[in-house]
Design a protein around this ligand. Structure first.
Ligand SMILES: [Fe+2]
Ligand SMILES: [Fe+2]
Length: 144
């Protein structure tokens, strides 16, 4: 079977990767908003946070496969960053099971790390594949 070229892999995978990014950002905004307005119960907040952890886990695994396929030069570091973020998220997920303000702040820090990763690190491979203007990934994700 003929192997796909880097450009073919990118064309095939990037729309889904971007959709996953938009989904994650939308959930993070929802969490921040519900926390700020006090509109959600602890159970609802935890539901949103659990969904973020699940989606981040699926997304990181998918992105790691794509970065490996395209022989991304920063792949090892990028994969390590994913693992660290996931450890943070799971740690916050456990803390969130207890109702207290510190757990909420801790959860926000973990989400900040997730969002910053996308704006800083994913922007590097987005630039490499040439599909997205440098520095515009954060704006695009923000708009949804
Ligand atoms: Fe990503
Ligand atoms: Fe990433």
């Amino acid at each position: 079977m003929k192997q796909l070229s880097r450009q073919q892999i990118i064309a095939q995978e990037m729309p889904e990767i971007e959709a996953e990014h938009r989904g994650l950002f939308a959930l993070c905004w929802q969490f921040y908003k519900e926390l700020r307005t006090g509109a959600a119960s602890q159970g609802q907040l935890l539901d949103v946070f659990n969904e973020i952890v699940d989606q981040a886990s699926v997304h990181f695994a998918h992105e790691d496969v794509v970065l490996k396929k395209i022989v991304y030069p920063r792949h090892a570091m990028h994969q390590l960053a994913h693992r660290q973020i996931l450890i943070d998220l799971v740690s916050s997920q456990h803390a969130m099971k207890k109702v207290n303000e510190m757990a909420h702040r801790d959860a926000q820090h973990s989400l900040d790390a997730l969002l910053i990763h996308h704006v800083r690190e994913d922007a590097k491979f987005a630039r490499l594949v040439g599909e997205i203007e440098p520095c515009s990934i954060g704006i695009r994700l923000w708009r949804g």
